[in-house]
Design a protein around this ligand. Structure first.
Ligand code: 5GP
Ligand code: 5GP
Length: 238
């Protein structure tokens, strides 16, 4: 009788735990984050061009980040699945072009990609494996085509002109159908610059969605620029 009671309690607890684990969501949606490389250089960090050379004056990928709708996010979810260079070897040249690293000292990108996969990618293992993570981000970048959205609104980056935040946000919203979150930085002369664009993506990483919640980023002034690379902010470590 006693044994039966204990068996019942253990069975109940096991079923209960399995139920909780199966309903606990891995995450709710993704932030797809792109950076304006020259702004990264003008931020306090300074920058170094990648070993492969000066990046194009275009938005580049920072990361694809799983998030919860309450604004919190999981990170570094699976240390048993570390970044493996060989799994992205066929993507390397595309990643160097679209996901370059600007941190110093100059790198080939592997360190940056490792960081993004291990911190963020491993928290969405039900959606993709390592190469799938990078492929998903590259495909989202093509779909978002930020430069084209800006061009269609008559905004030409790196021309030394300033734009209102409303102009920039409207241009991007027209492009993908949903409003982005924009994070800015301030250069050494006090100019406000667009630093990163966050767009929200559904939990299968296939389509853009309305953002369930916006992140807390550095605020933007009303007049912002998309600067060109200036020699003052880069360190020659090619
Ligand atoms: P920062 O403090 O520079 O805004 O963010 C540092 C890092 O924390 C980001 O590069 C990213 O890895 C992570 N992070 C910051 N905010 C968010 C967020 O709202 N969602 C997710 N998923 N990661 C974030
Ligand atoms: P997160 O902010 O995503 O957690 O971390 C970004 C990490 O990647 C930092 O350690 C940063 O130094 C490194 N990193 C390397 N290259 C880049 C780059 O081009 N942009 C950004 N934002 N971080 C980079």
């Amino acid at each position: 009788m006693k044994l039966h009671g204990r068996t019942f309690v253990i069975t109940f607890l096991v079923i209960h735990c399995v139920t909780i684990l199966s309903v606990a969501k891995e995450f709710d949606f993704f932030y797809f984050v792109q950076q304006w490389p020259a702004s990264y250089c003008d931020s306090r960090r300074g920058c170094c061009y990648p070993k492969t050379g000066k990046p194009e004056e275009d938005f580049s990928i920072h990361g694809l980040w799983p998030n919860y709708i309450d604004g919190t996010y999981p990170s570094n979810c699976d240390s048993s699945n570390p970044f493996d260079d060989s799994k992205v070897s066929n993507l390397e040249s595309v990643l160097q072009k679209h996901w370059p690293t600007l941190a110093c000292p100059s790198g080939d990108g592997l360190k940056f990609w490792r960081h993004e996969w291990e911190k963020h990618g491993t928290c969405a293992e039900s959606v993709f494996d390592e190469s799938g993570y990078f492929e998903a981000a590259l495909s989202l970048q093509k779909k978002s085509n930020l430069l084209n959205s800006l061009k269609n609104a008559g905004i030409k980056p790196a021309d030394g002109k300033f734009h209102t935040m409303e102009q920039i946000k409207d241009a991007i919203t027209k492009g993908v159908g949903y409003a982005p979150f924009i994070e800015c930085n301030v250069d050494s002369s006090g100019n406000h610059q667009i630093y990163q664009v966050y767009q929200c993506v559904d939990a299968s990483a296939s389509k853009f969605i309305e953002c369930p919640v916006f992140p807390h980023g550095r605020p933007c002034g009303n007049k912002v620029e998309l600067p060109s690379f200036s020699s003052a902010s880069t360190r020659d470590e090619l």
